[in-house]
Design a protein around this ligand. Sequence first.
Ligand SMILES: [Zn+2]
Ligand SMILES: [Zn+2]
Length: 149
Amino acid sequence: MTERVAKCMCGQLSIACTGEPHFVGMCHCHECQTRSGSVFAVNSAFPNDHTKPSGESKTFTRVAESGRKVTYHFCPNCGTTVYWHGEMLPEMTGVAVGAFRDPSIHAPERAVWAQTRHAWVHEPDGISVYPKGHKYGHETVAPKLVAAT
Ligand SMILES: [Zn+2]
Ligand SMILES: [Zn+2]
């Protein structure tokens, strides 16, 4: 089975993922824009038992619009967020697609939070687009600081 490793910029924090992602989504929400530093994020999800994190991480937890928490794991050395866990989909681990540095990961099949999409961005043809969250996307509007450890 394919194994891919997503890593932070300095390489200290990584997560090995086997198989193909359960889904890949494009997200235009403000939190993904801020987290990634880009105008949208491309996020993948792998079943927890197909992932193996390694290295030291710090975490940041925020509350999504749904009231459920999402906890991000980032490298304390270089600050890159590599993976996260959400209460909405506890059996899955979210992984930043860019951190794989692997162009063979399939294109997103959906885009969420189109209501905050930058005007010049266009989704790939044929994908589902949701104005806000989706049950397999991730949801947020108002970022509320829950805990920074
Ligand atoms: Zn790092
Ligand atoms: Zn998002």
